[in-house]
Design a protein around this ligand. Structure first.
Ligand code: 26W
Length: 819
């Protein structure tokens, strides 16, 4: 087969040729965007050579394939990571430089596909990178949203949302696969007919939406394996109705088309908070139905109608409950389309699906109104009813007479379809995303399920790809590590621990420090460029970046900063290590309190900037529009990582791992993966504070939290709280933060006072901060801690996570590595 080599000269020729053929331009007069496209499509050509080989390999070996279904894949930019995985960064850099093109400028031209909200979507993206790098056959399946997560602007200290139209200039990394397009049916009714003694269910009078897949190749590191991210786009099967168009009915002619295409229009911006919106249900069924149709079509192509072996050839992983309708959809296709009996279909399904839970936040558990499901998906609803009938019968045997218990575990009860219960009932595996989270699922959230089917439950701690989150975003540190321990850790990231002895090597620490300084300067430049704010790289860089949510407790951080301000202002002799506090966070547009927290942080920033002595020690920077690309600059520059969630609430966290890997020291609660980070680095190399998760859960049971008492006895808290509402922060309108103020002291109507215990954990947080401040002044001590954090971060590579999933759940065979 003809292959092209991708050495420096051919890369240069390719770029020049593409500009000439597609744009009729030379490098000198091409726009940055045109140059980006020429470079990107050269990289794509290089990937396609491998893609072809990988496709042939899969056809020949007929190996088992994983389908990872997720409503979100937060991929970030592709170009640099693709070059990295092709082991070609140097040759591209040289080629571009010889053409007089600045590579960093070109990289910035790529729009970031923000097809995710936060942790869940970014985890899915890291998983794809690891799957390909470990040669495991997999396909990610999702929705091709025309608009990703909103772009955030800060105007007068407040969040404003702008649309993210990331496809405006096209997407070089995707290709439409028209021969896999299929139909998805909504609404209508089901007729039951008897044919030769068999009952058949016929769906009639439905509305059709066409699903068109766009595939994006996912290259593995230094291998021929290229997997696929398949993104489904909705379009109307009706082309524009020329009849009515001709009669002047322009609007009517386009209305129906709009109605179908709205399904893949926009990503829902809610994170950890569910709303029973019809359009969201449509999105979920749209992409799961299209995916399942494709899975069966592909299976039949390779294995014929031998459905009994389907679980040996296909594993379908459900990333949280959002793709849960894939389960009844597979039942539907096997029964109605392939003619299998219920028992046969059900046995296959229960050996094929695995489900990961990503949150215990009650408000995130998906429940759909029964009537809505029945109307939108009549046949799927019938199947859900039958699944529920059989499952409840089984539960009746386990818990005779215990209706309430059975009602809570049922797939349909109290007028709602409970998708988490469906996923547990019908999957062979249910896992949590950290050890602590796994325990809470078994003991609390899914306690009764664990009694009936304990064999299904496990915990697999999340991970991050060290290729994007170390090698790509921190090339200098990568080189330093290479020079110290070679590069075996690139394939076996756990070997990073070989770096540990270097914590005691003064020369190494010095270099480590230098690199951090460079990364801080790089961030300082970005902040200046984007927001016109000057930060001093000599300050300590302290960061909290994640979605804005009460449980993540950005409030704890902000309140503490206000207390520091007061110490400086009230006491002439008080000093501290100068520190910049960075925040990066988007609030869900409808989450009022989260938006108020953003206002609080920005007001705090102005207050400090106005005070001549305070600003010598303190600065607060709210980074606009925090996204993957921003994280790639922010994280390598950070020295302190704030991980403050109320214990038990953060299922895992993955930002915590990224900071650790880049040598930031964590200040955090014993929550999610922080627990495991503390085990890796040891208690001397992390600042742990606050209530433990069992105490938090005891407090919920006893309902005896009294924040007023803390407010009354702690003068520093009282002063800072008062400043929230006395005009210190908002001189023109002192009442702006009333609700936020009350949320810390009282509960919402009818519930317990602040369920996130901000004031309760404040004292312990403030003490931990004092220790941290003192240790930072001791440079040797601090740098040792930083080096140990990087050294012990290897277990948090998603390569380890994926190996665990594969060994315990998926059982895929790696594809052979072609030469
Ligand atoms: C339906 C609304 C909705 C949207 C997103 C509900 C729930 C979600 C996600 C499941 C929330 C989420 O992203 N969870 C995060 O998952 C990460 C990856 O496992 C964990 O590291 C985070 O701790 C968890 O909050």
């Amino acid at each position: 087969m003809p292959t092209t080599s991708f050495d420096k000269e051919s890369i240069k020729a390719s770029i020049i040729g593409k500009l000439q053929r597609y744009n009729g331009r030379t490098i000198q007069d091409a726009s940055q965007q045109q140059i980006y496209k020429a470079v990107a499509s050269t990289v794509r050509d290089q990937i396609m050579q491998k893609y072809l080989i990988a496709r042939e390999e899969r056809k020949a070996t007929k190996s088992k394939r994983l389908y990872y279904l997720s409503v979100e894949f937060l991929m970030g930019r592709s170009m640099y990571c693709n070059m990295l995985n092709l082991v070609s960064t140097d040759v591209y850099r040289e080629a571009l430089s010889e053409l007089g093109i600045n590579m960093d400028d070109v990289l910035r031209e790529e729009p970031e596909p923000g097809l995710g909200n936060g942790g869940l979507g970014r985890l899915a993206a890291c998983f794809l990178d690891s799957l390909s790098s470990l040669d495991l056959p997999a396909m990610g399946c999702t929705i091709r949203y025309e608009y990703g997560l909103f772009r955030q602007k800060i105007v007068d200290g407040q969040q404003v949302e702008l649309p993210d139209s990331w496809l405006d200039n096209g997407n070089t990394w995707e290709m439409a696969v028209m021969d896999d397009a299929c139909e998805v049916h909504f609404g209508g009714h089901v007729d039951t007919v008897e044919e030769d003694g068999v009952t058949r269910f016929i769906h009639r009078d439905y509305n059709t939406v066409e699903a068109v897949p766009y595939d994006m190749p996912i290259v593995g590191y230094d291998t021929t394996t290229v997997n696929t991210l398949r993104m489904w786009s909705a379009r109307s099967p009706k082309r524009i109705d020329l009849g009515s168009f001709g009669q002047g009915k322009y609007v009517q002619a386009t209305e129906e088309i709009e109605l179908a295409e709205v399904i893949s229009k926009v990503l829902y911006p809610e994170d950890n908070h569910y709303e029973g919106k019809l359009l969201r249900l449509k999105q979920q069924y749209f992409f799961t139905s299209a995916t399942l149709q494709y899975i069966l079509k592909d299976f039949k192509k390779l294995h014929g109608n031998n459905f009994a072996i389907l679980p040996d050839k296909v594993c379908i992983h459900i990333n949280d409950t959002h793709p849960g309708l894939a389960i009844p959809e597979m039942m539907r296709l096997l029964i109605d389309q392939e003619g299998l009996g219920w028992d046969e279909a059900s046995a296959i399904v229960q050996k094929t699906f695995a489900y990961t839970n990503h949150t215990i936040m009650a408000e995130a558990l998906e429940k759909w109104p029964e009537a809505m499901v029945k109307q939108l998906l009549p046949r799927v609803y019938q199947i859900l009813e039958e699944i529920n009938r059989r499952f409840c019968a089984r539960l009746w045997n386990e818990f005779p007479g215990q209706w309430e218990r059975i009602g809570k575990m049922a797939v349909i009860s109290y007028g709602q379809v409970n998708i988490a219960n469906l996923c547990i009932a019908m999957s062979f595996s249910v896992n949590g995303v950290s050890q602590l989270h796994g325990e809470i699922l078994k003991e609390e959230t899914f306690h009764d399920f664990n009694l009936v089917m304990p064999e299904k439950f496990s915990a697999i701690t999340n991970g991050i790809t060290h290729r994007r989150w170390l090698m790509s975003c921190n090339p200098e540190l990568t080189e330093l590590i290479r020079s110290a321990i070679g590069d075996k850790w690139i394939r076996e990231p756990e070997l990073l621990h070989e770096l540990k002895p270097f914590a005691d090597d003064a020369a190494f620490r010095q270099k480590f420090d230098e690199i951090k300084k460079h990364n801080k300067q790089r961030l300082a430049r970005l902040v200046k460029e984007r927001q016109g704010i000057v930060v001093d790289p000599a300050f300590m860089f302290d960061t909290q970046s994640k979605r804005l949510h009460e449980y993540k407790r950005q409030m704890l951080n902000a309140l503490h900063i206000l207390v520091l301000y007061n110490r400086i202002v009230n006491d002439e002799s008080f000093t501290m290590e100068p520190r910049v506090f960075f925040f990066g966070a988007k609030a869900s547009p409808g989450y009022y309190r989260a938006k108020q927290i953003i206002r609080f942080i920005n007001a705090l920033s102005s207050l400090i900037a106005k005070h001549p002595r305070a600003r010598k020690y303190l600065q607060v920077v709210f980074l606009e529009n925090y996204d993957v690309s921003t994280a790639e600059v922010l994280i390598p520059a950070s020295e302190v990582s704030e991980q403050l969630s109320t214990a038990s609430k953060e299922a895992s966290g993955t930002g915590n791992m990224k900071y650790m890997m880049n040598g930031a020291v964590t200040i955090g609660t014993m929550d999610g993966a922080n627990v495991e980070i503390s085990e890796q680095v040891g208690m001397d190399n992390i600042y742990i504070f606050g209530m433990r998760s069992d105490t938090v859960r005891d407090m919920y049971r006893e309902r005896n939290y009294n924040p007023m008492q803390i407010y009354e006895t702690n003068q520093e808290i009282r002063q800072a709280m008062t400043q929230m509402i006395d005009g210190t922060l908002f001189p023109d309108n002192a009442a702006v933060l009333q609700d936020l103020y009350h949320s810390l002291l009282l509960g919402d109507y009818g519930s317990m006072a602040d369920p996130y215990f901000v004031l309760k954990d404040f004292g312990s947080y403030s003490m931990a901060q004092r220790r941290l401040n003192a240790d930072y002044a001791n440079r040797d001590k601090w740098l040792k801690m930083a080096v140990i954090n990087t050294a012990m971060s290897g277990v948090f590579s998603s390569d380890r996570t994926i190996r665990e999933y594969n060994d315990t759940i998926w059982h895929l065979d790696p594809l052979p590595r072609a030469k």
